[in-house]
Design a protein around this ligand. Structure first.
Ligand code: GMT
Length: 375
């Protein structure tokens, strides 16, 4: 198949899923055309079957707000026509689904039929999308999509409760390539951050309010009182100043490292003993799955789709949102017993294997074929 993939090319989970999906489809022989405003961060370099079409928005002085959606729709029309695409797959509803709808209408007026699949990732539904200023457009685009997928049962349920749609929603979870073997610990790298008798806790996010990074700091502070530890924080975003301030207030600066935005998050995870994800809401929690795939148990909140990934008492522990004392208690259950930690590490990998990329990509291919048959 020839597939156009539209996504946000940045570090966000939806962009990572869209990019990794495209790469996996290309490896299986499909021709993949990424259509977005900059080179997707996870795309890597020159690869067979992968093409990138940049959406360039003009900065004409009249436009106080650049009309990205219009330019994107035009680009989709152009790429579908000239590359003879079979299908468009848009990741994140706003504004990709409405741009795809417009592109499909324009192409149809020229006698070209191209269906589009919309994948909902979370904040497009649970945070931004819920805003009444978006609701009519999102409801309309969901109903008009040729197929809709959501990354968890929880997100599917939220979509039905927030939007006026009875469109069938296919749940296709996030995925990960699970390494065949656990990586050998890189002790010289680990010693740059922690001594051998110290544990390493890790958190990766875009430092937005929804991630509750302050809770990570409080969990860490409590854990560190019992077990000497270090905290590695990966990512950057609007809350970083607040968290740095909190770090100083709690006098933890010599124990916490802010690594900023790092592309190779896997290497950081491989050094870690525990991953902390206390989010207010999380449609799936790709970062937790990435941790589990390299054998790092997850201490998380029990919100949204996280319980569909992290199994309480098996791959990690779940607590109510904001219950940092409970989260710290759970982390200590793991850190105070080498045996328990080793068992949870193994379980984390086993659980991650259920979301192995090889199991999930086929589900998208099947959906594409069904959509094309019905077209
Ligand atoms: O987590 C974020 O804020 C980024 C966001 C995105 O849209 O890029 O991630 C969402 O999509 C990921 C991939 O499907 C999910 O794993 C994340 O759970 C989801 N984030 C939220 O629901 C907050």
């Amino acid at each position: 198949m020839k597939i156009g993939i539209v996504l946000y090319p940045t570090y966000g989970g939806s962009g990572i899923v869209g990019t990794e999906l495209g790469k996996a489809l290309a490896l299986k022989g499909h021709e993949i055309h990424f259509i977005t405003y900059s080179h997707p961060v996870r795309l890597g370099s020159f690869t067979k079957n992968i093409f990138y079409h940049e959406v360039v928005v003009s900065n004409y002085p009249l436009f106080e707000y650049e009309p990205y959606e219009t330019v994107l729709a035009s680009k989709m029309v152009d790429v579908v026509k000239h590359e003879e695409l079979d299908l468009l797959h848009v990741h994140y509803a706003i504004p990709h689904a409405s741009a795809a709808f417009m592109a499909r209408q324009i192409l149809s007026s020229q006698g070209i039929k191209v269906p589009f699949v919309t994948t909902l990732h979370g904040t497009d539904i649970t945070l931004v999308g819920r805003d009444s200023s978006f609701e009519p457009v999102i409801s309309f685009c969901l109903n008009e999509s040729d197929a809709v997928t959501a990354v968890s049962e929880s997100l599917k349920k939220d979509t039905y409760s927030y939007f006026k749609t009875d469109k069938e929603i296919h749940v296709i979870p996030n995925f990960i390539p699970v390494p065949e073997e656990r990586a050998v610990m890189n002790y010289s790298l680990r010693r740059m951050y922690a001594q051998d008798n110290e544990s390493i806790l890790c958190h990766i996010s875009n430092f937005r309010k929804v991630k509750r990074v302050a809770d990570v700091m409080h969990v860490f502070s409590k854990v560190n009182q019992e077990v000497k530890s270090k905290l590695l924080l990966v990512g950057d975003g609007p809350e970083r100043y607040v968290i740095e301030e909190l770090c100083r207030e709690l006098e933890l600066c010599d124990r916490v490292t802010f690594l900023g935005k790092i592309q190779d998050t896997r290497s950081v995870l491989e050094l870690s003993d525990i991953f902390v994800l206390p989010s207010e809401t999380e449609s799936f929690g790709l970062a937790a799955l990435e941790a589990m795939a390299v054998g790092v148990p997850v201490i998380s909140s029990n919100s949204g789709g996280i319980p569909e990934v992290n199994i309480h008492g098996y791959s990690g522990f779940l607590s109510d949102v904001g219950e940092t004392a409970d989260m710290a208690k759970n982390a200590l259950k793991l850190l105070l017993s080498e045996e328990t930690l080793a068992e949870f590490k193994k379980n984390a990998i086993k659980r991650a294997r259920e979301f192995d990329i090889r199991k999930i990509v086929g589900q998208y291919e099947l959906l594409y074929s069904q959509v094309l048959k019905g077209n």
